[in-house]
Ligand binder design. Structure first.
Ligand SMILES: Cc1ncc(C[n+]2csc(CCOP(=O)(O)OP(=O)(O)O)c2C)c(N)n1
Ligand SMILES: [Mg+2]
Length: 798
């Protein structure tokens, strides 16, 4: 169907306005706002300009309220300009673009006010996020959680160099396995990256690859002007020339302008006949307009391409563009951080008919009436349903999570048992849990949960082994009702899926409680994706197991040292490393509630720490003796806050041991052995170094802000009664710095034991001895901190 000319005219006008506003935003940040530190705000203008037409087509016309978009990081000024025209972004925030509390340089779900669907910035991640969001939408739909909402398209605006990021290809594979639908990736094929010009012929590789994975591929190369010129006599020769022109040369000519194009064309294809006439019919400006009229800059073309899609298969659009189009540095290879000079800006302003002082006026300089433009914007389908962030009630969390107690257990085993108990019941909580694992479902103890709740797939598929009555511990039936999403090994995919599942309450209006399992060392493989998931405030639980050097039988290469520090340092992630399974049950219960709390829920954070977020459980396969005790509310609260006295120190304590996680038996043994020669020895069980530390930091801040407030954090309350000269030995199976700060809380001397090197294989005993976290190492450290006779009893070598 031909596009209504009035609609085309309005959209083209708005798209020019978007290019102006985005350019002005950057210019303002550099030349007009007092720039105290003298730094230039680069990196956006050229990259944004590439997408002004495509994004205007999408937001002002093509997008529906249920669609969600990941915008290429450097198109942020274009995104903000569009939202400004919609009335969702303020002039003040644009004026302080990249400044304190201003509009963000990369669209941010949490920091921007203008309806960002997915935070981007680390290239590649936003692209894959749309794919996983689409799978999550399928999950929500199959489980009957859509409540009549229409399915949306998950759309990524992708830089062509962004396609170098491996995580995109990992996601592509996973999408194919799960029958991906409703996903559009629009590649801004400007053939430029940050430093360079993209390799020749790359799109052919993309095309074959996407088609291979079942995607529809739409190539939008020539704009309408070009198409019309190709129909003129000599047009075919022009098309051939364009097709054969190397990326570098085309980019350079776009920068040099119409006269340069003319010379080049005349030299190379000027035949003194039809082609020459075709060229000569245009003056320099017209020739440049023709040669810059690549498909991605032609509104009519883009609308047609988008509106022609009549199926829900995934689509990759490859839209030819010119980086910096319409700006003085268009096509220049150094344009990534290019800025217009004040003189260039003035010329650009004049060309747009914008009066000085009216730069921010929404419709200044446009020929169409403001009333008509305003009405058009108001009527954009994108805006028709009001706020696009959906609200969902929280899912009740039971008072306690139960598990069959046993005298000896590992935390990993406990994790499996707790989930199995949930799977057996019929709580709403259990119905909203979605588990996922990158090929380590069984080895991380999720097997029992999966046996009961099944695997998710859009089409049912029975477990062949079960059908054939071949004995197996696992019954893996796939169905649309299944609650486990089995992934390939790629950990990036796991965390991007967590990010997508963990935003479902806001994106799909259906709250899910995602739980991921993986081996602890491989957190590092997916770290950036984990970081971005937290950055956009997705809510999920990660059980990482086995961990540390305690995973001894797994071998040296799998040992993890840095993860306790990652857990502490990762914003938005509360990390725990329980020693015992009853602690884990408390933590998981707390975790399911924490995953659902709003960030501004002041009432829930009793200690000034973050009120809601994701949760990381660092678990172990080491079977250890479990305490026989009643979980009192006080004990549970201490565990949630990060620590409790497993053995309370006496009033004259000379030394205490503070321990986290799987090395607890060594700490218990050392405390026992110390008892003969040191007075009143205590044992502090630390369930979360992260929460303990965060509480301490928050308390100091609170005291500074409200001078004299008597507020004490949990760790201060625990350590304050210790005599000044009491020593503290900390120990964990991880980097010692994770607990190395504890001495500073009340000014106690301390020694921090932990693991700083890795790779040695051996039994747990061998490794604890080798790395110095066994009972004797604790005794040595205690001795070094205290006066008095040498410790009498030591652990005998076995
Ligand atoms: C993971 C990651 N690495 C590096 C960067 C820095 N960076 C930002 S944009 C860019 C290249 C952009 O090229 P392209 O994707 O083609 O976008 P264009 O600017 O051409 O539109 C790079 C390397 C980043 N943002 N994220
Ligand atoms: Mg590019």
């Amino acid at each position: 169907m031909p596009i209504d000319p009035r609609r085309l005219e309005l959209l083209s006008a708005l798209s020019r306005k978007v290019l102006w506003l985005s350019s002005w935003t950057i210019h303002h940040a550099n030349h007009i706002r007092p720039n105290v530190d003298g730094l230039k705000v680069g990196g956006h203008q050229a990259s944004s300009a590439s997408l002004a037409t495509i994004m205007s087509a999408l937001y002002f016309s093509v997008l529906r309220p249920e669609d969600r978009v990941a915008v290429k990081p450097h198109a942020s000024p274009v995104f903000h300009a569009i939202q400004y025209l919609f009335g969702n972004q303020t002039r003040d925030k644009l004026k302080t673009f990249r400044g304190y509390k201003g509009a963000q340089s990369y669209p941010s779900r949490t920091k921007d006010i203008d309806d960002v669907d997915f935070s981007t910035g680390s290239v590649g991640l936003g692209v894959a996020q749309t794919l996983f969001s689409s799978l999550v939408q399928d999950y929500v739909s199959a489980h009957g959680f859509m409540k009549g909402r229409r399915e949306g398209r998950m759309i990524a605006l992708v830089g062509d160099a962004e396609m170098d990021e491996g995580n995109i290809f990992e996601a592509l594979l996973e999408g194919w396995k799960h029958g991906l639908r409703n996903t559009w990736w629009i590649v801004d094929y400007n053939r430029q990256s940050l430093d360079a010009v993209v390799r020749e012929g790359l799109w052919e590789k993309f095309e074959t690859m996407f088609r291979n994975f079942g995607w529809d591929v739409v190539i939008i190369k020539y704009g309408k002007l070009m198409q019309a010129a190709f129909a003129e006599p000599g047009g075919e020769a022009l098309r051939r020339w364009i097709d054969n022109c190397p990326n570098q040369v085309y980019a350079a000519l776009c920068f040099q302008g119409g006269a340069a194009f003319r010379k080049r064309l005349q030299d190379e294809i000027g035949d003194q006949g039809e082609v020459s006439a075709l060229i000569e019919r245009r003056n320099d400006a017209e020739l440049l307009a023709l040669m810059s009229n690549l498909g991605g800059h032609d509104m009519a073309n883009m609308l047609e391409a988008f509106e022609a899609i009549d199926h829900d298969r995934p689509v990759c659009f490859i839209a030819y563009t010119i980086k910096g189009v319409g700006l003085p540095f268009q096509g220049h290879k150094d344009n990534h951080a290019g800025l217009m000079t004040p003189a260039q800006m003035e010329a650009f302003r004049d060309a747009q008919n914008i009066r000085p002082g009216h730069e921010w006026d929404k419709f200044e300089g446009l020929a169409q009436s403001p009333a008509e433009l305003e009405a058009f914007l108001k009527d954009a389908p994108f805006n028709r349903q009001g706020p696009r962030r959906l609200e969902t009630p929280t899912i009740p969390v039971p008072e306690r999570l139960s598990f069959p107690a046993a005298a000896q257990m590992s935390t990993q085993q406990g994790f499996g048992l707790i989930l199995n108990e949930l799977a057996r019941g019929d709580s709403e909580l259990a119905s909203r849990i979605v588990t996922a694992s990158p090929d380590v479902t069984v080895s991380t103890n999720l097997g029992a949960w999966v046996n009961r709740r099944g695997l998710f797939a859009k089409a049912a598929l029975a477990d062949v082994f079960k059908k054939e009555k071949i004995p197996s511990t696992f019954a893996w039936d796939y169905s649309p009702k299944g609650q486990h999403i089995e992934l390939g090994i790629a950990e990036m995919n796991l965390f991007i899926l967590m990010s997508a599942l963990g935003l479902s309450h806001s994106i799909n209006g259906a709250r899910l409680l995602p739980v991921a399992t993986l081996y602890d060392p491989f957190i590092e493989r997916g770290l950036d994706a984990l970081n971005y998931a937290c950055y956009q405030d997705a809510r999920f639980m990660v059980a990482a197991t086995p961990s540390g050097i305690t995973l001894a039988p797994e071998g040296g290469a799998h040992q993890s040292i840095a993860t306790p520090l990652i857990g502490m340092a990762q914003d938005g992630l509360a990390s725990f490393e329980p020693a015992f399974v009853d602690e884990l049950a408390v933590i998981m219960r707390w975790g399911f509630a924490h995953m659902q709390r709003d960030l501004d829920d002041k009432g829930s954070a009793r200690d000034g720490t973050r009120s809601g977020g994701s949760v990381y459980l660092r678990l172990s396969t080491r079977t250890i003796e479990q305490p026989q005790r009643i979980m009192t509310p006080d004990l549970a609260r201490d565990i949630e806050d990060g620590a409790y006295w497993l053995r309370k120190p006496g009033p004259n304590a000379e030394v205490v041991v503070a321990c986290t996680g799987a090395v607890m038996p060594e700490a218990i043994e050392a405390v026992g052995l110390l008892g003969d020669s040191r007075r009143d020895v205590g044992l502090l069980a630390i369930s979360s170094a992260d929460r303990l530390h965060a509480g301490w930091t928050a308390a100091r801040k609170m005291r500074r802000e409200r001078r004299g407030a008597p507020y004490m954090s949990h760790v201060e309350k625990l350590l304050a009664p210790l005599p000044r000269d009491c020593g503290i030995v900390t120990v964990l199976d991880g980097h010692p710095a994770a607990l190395g700060w504890i001495g500073a809380v009340c000014g106690h001397r301390m020694e921090a034991l932990g693991v700083e090197h890795f790779g040695q294989t051996g039994s747990i005993d061998d490794l604890y001895r080798h790395y110095g976290i066994d009972a004797n190492a604790i005794l040595d450290a205690a001795e070094g901190l205290t006066a008095g006779a040498p410790v009498r009893h030591r652990k005998m070598a076995v």
